[in-house]
Design a protein around this ligand. Structure first.
Ligand code: SF4
Length: 365
């Protein structure tokens, strides 16, 4: 398989053929023997979001389950208590997430003003600073931002993330999942990913499967990610995530994406990215099929929290790190902890500013 980016040729491959090609790649590279994860926790800053994706459970408009409440803006006491717990579990990464542009809402603006905070980005910066002082590395994923906002956050976060999700145009048409989500327009997502690249911030992106896109859309999006990475060299991992249906949300597909369909996409990602970009699946969403995903090229299980929920899919608990370690070992892999910034970026001062490097040197991993 060469890099012709031929959607049609890739689309025609069967699962068996994809697996054979993946095996040829992995046999050539001993790095395949290591599977990574990051011990993390989530700080969900605000459930307010300017978009209304019809598959979303996180948005404040959706009533939540159990203790996973909607917040206008997380309060300081809550941050402190979560962080204290994270320290007791020796978590190294804080996933900082929120809806996109929560400050679009007067309730959020008012709350920022009440706390004397000059805008949402400054609030995020303050949270990052607090974490860095405790040697916890932030990974910020708060939706699309402007170039100057990204620039202001560089140096305060070890890496950033934004799912490309899908560039399929039909998702924006009437009845499509992105009909009411201006922030999901492909040109805006692509611009964000490019600007992060220009700023040399280590980056995570990915595709969301089973939201109305076709198989060729999925392949096209992986090729797009590959091209963006080729230009800027900043993408450290690509998440292949399956949409999971739940009550309360508007989107209910006739059929959810199957494990076989997911494996195909993971295999295609491996053929495209080889060992240059890690391929990640959320382990709480593919429980029972971990070994299959490892065979098809997954080499990262992402951030796993010992105590906070997956805020997007709270009904799917994170697996125990020991259990994943055992599955990896049974299938001939070593399971190793990593930081939210990959080693090749840690050693590059352009990607890892002194403010972050200094903290990394104090973390025992
Ligand atoms: S952008 Fe994210 S948080 Fe906002 S509605 Fe869409 S999926 Fe939900």
């Amino acid at each position: 398989m060469n890099d012709k980016y031929d959607v049609e040729a890739l689309e025609k491959l069967s699962n068996k053929e994809i697996l054979e090609l993946v095996n040829q790649i992995t046999k050539r590279n001993s790095k395949r023997k290591i599977i990574t994860y990051s011990k993390n926790f989530t700080l969900s800053l605000s459930n307010y979001c300017q978009n209304e994706c019809s598959y979303c459970f996180y948005n404040y408009k959706i009533p939540k389950l159990n203790s996973n409440e909607n917040v206008v803006l997380i309060d300081n006491d809550h941050i402190t208590s979560i962080v204290q717990k994270a320290i007791s579990y020796n978590c190294k990464e804080a996933l900082i997430m929120s809806g996109e542009r929560p400050d679009y809402y007067p309730q959020v603006k008012k709350e920022l003003e009440k706390r004397g905070c000059d805008g949402y980005i400054n609030f995020v910066k303050d949270v990052c600073n607090y974490l860095l002082d405790l040697n916890i590395l932030p990974h910020v994923n708060i939706g699309i931002l402007e170039y100057d906002e990204l620039k202001r956050l560089k140096g305060f976060t070890a890496s950033m993330g934004l799912m490309l999700e899908s560039t399929s145009e039909k998702l924006f048409k009437k009845g499509g999942v992105h009909e009411k989500s201006p922030g999901k327009l492909p040109e805006r997502r692509i611009r964000h990913i490019e600007e992060v690249g220009k700023l040399k911030i280590p980056f995570t992106t990915g595709v969301l499967l089973g939201i109305g896109e076709s198989y060729s859309d999925r392949i096209r999006d992986l090729i797009l990610i590959k091209k963006l990475h080729k230009k800027y060299g900043h993408i450290q991992e690509v998440i292949i995530q399956n949409f999971i249906s739940k009550p309360n949300i508007a989107y209910h597909p006739k059929k959810e994406i199957s494990i076989n369909e997911m494996l195909k996409v993971v295999g295609i990602a491996k053929l495209l990215f080889k060992d240059d970009i890690s391929i990640q699946v959320p382990p709480n969403l593919i429980h029972g099929y971990e070994a299959d995903f490892l065979r098809f090229g997954v080499n990262d299980f992402g951030g796993i929290s010992p105590f906070t929920l997956d805020h997007i899919n709270p009904e799917h608990k994170w697996p125990r790190i020991e259990d994943l370690g055992r599955i990896c070992a049974e299938n001939g892999f070593d399971f190793q902890e990593r930081l939210p910034i990959y080693p090749k970026f840690i050693d590059d001062p352009e990607f890892c500013p002194k403010t972050i490097k200094k903290r990394i040197e104090e973390i025992n991993i």
